[in-house]
Design a protein around this ligand. Sequence first.
Ligand code: ADP
Length: 461
Amino acid sequence: MLRSGHAELYPEITDELLVEARRNEEELALARQIGPTSAMLVPLVARGKVTGVFSLITTTSGRHYNAFDLTLAEEVGRRIGLALENARLYREVQQSRDQFDIILQGVADGIIVYIPDNRVLYANEVAAQMSGAASVHELLDQPDEILLTTSPLIDEQGHTLSPEELPHRRVLAGAQEAQATLSVQGTERWVQIISRPVRTQSGAVTMVISIWHDITERMRVEHRKDEFISMTSHELKTPVTSLKGFTHVLQRRLTKQGDEQGLSYLARMDAQLDKLTRLISDLLDISRMQAGKLALRIEAFDLDALLNEIVDNVQATTTSHQLRIEGRTGAQVKGDPDRLGQVFINLLTNAIKYSPAAEHIIIHRFHEGKQVIVSVQDFGIGIDQSHHDRIFERFYQVGPEEKTYPGLGIGLYLAREIVSRHQGRIWVESRKGAGSAFFVALPQMEPKEHTWPADPTKREG
Ligand code: ADP
């Protein structure tokens, strides 16, 4: 019966039936003592499988089961079977949850799982410690804004994070992935947070998993490296400035003596010293940037005029390339012209450096909505897609063949920092071997913001 899954009905149990069903004499004696009159054997069925059987027996009441009783008993069997199966599944789920929790609690990284209303669905102990929460329960109970007010998070520049800047919020707002390097204010501990979404088949975000990785040690090493860079660049600056001064003295002398050859050697020395000065000042800028001390002198200026001047200056340093400007923005921009100039100089010198076999560099200037866009296009070695984001990182160089070009991998890092401090954006479009175009988008000043004097002919009244 158990195997077939069908219930069995015995309306009348005769003594012959007991004899037939006995397994031994003892069992028969017991059955006779009970004196059954009628019986039903009902399977317990769940998901089409028989998981057990229960029997109903009448004795002294003299009642005889019928087909109706059997149907009823079968239904009861099915319900009991289902209830038992649910209990078993529940126990299994509970067990695997417990196991899963043990594993996640044992991981050295903090793990927080958020659901779309920014609530925490799961967090391990490490995450609670790293985020400054008193316990996992506090993390589970408190909205992230509250936690941010009791344990503010700061970034590398010391800025306090707003709730919208939290990586999980950025993923919930649509980002594919969000990262941040943060510290709980007042602690020496640094964490890198990476948040990624979990999606349904239709693409909707159901959860965001944030991993908190302790990078305190790495940050200490970085800090020591920054201090070293800052110290050496300061130390290098003094002798280079003094060398530069002596070249000027020497230049006057050689001019007086009419020593043409000497002057030409000196000019080359001077050009190399200029390169060295630029490198040193880039290194100093990096240190300032890291310390959040890169000051901008904001003013309204004419972007086209600035670009014309820079292109002329860079053109004067090269005979191998022709620099051509196309279009004009006609725009005033609010920003630091020296710093933005430094960005364009970096892009132009890179364009020349990384296109040794080409002759042209094109500078396009145009509008897009309320933005002005400047692009620097070269026809050189190009950059593979996989490096497009990373080339803006500090000290990143595409390698190994590109490493044969001189440089430290800081120009684009500085460019991105400067542009983003102007609420602008910098990006690259390029393929390996097919040249590169670097774009800088900057917010254009509204006409009413313009600082030039109003046209008196247009004045009303
Ligand atoms: P570097 O001093 O090495 O030129 P940058 O920060 O200016 O440093 O650039 C980072 C890296 O990006 C370079 O090392 C190079 O690999 C790549 N790169 C930058 N500009 C170009 C370009 N115009 N064409 C090809 N590769 C470029």
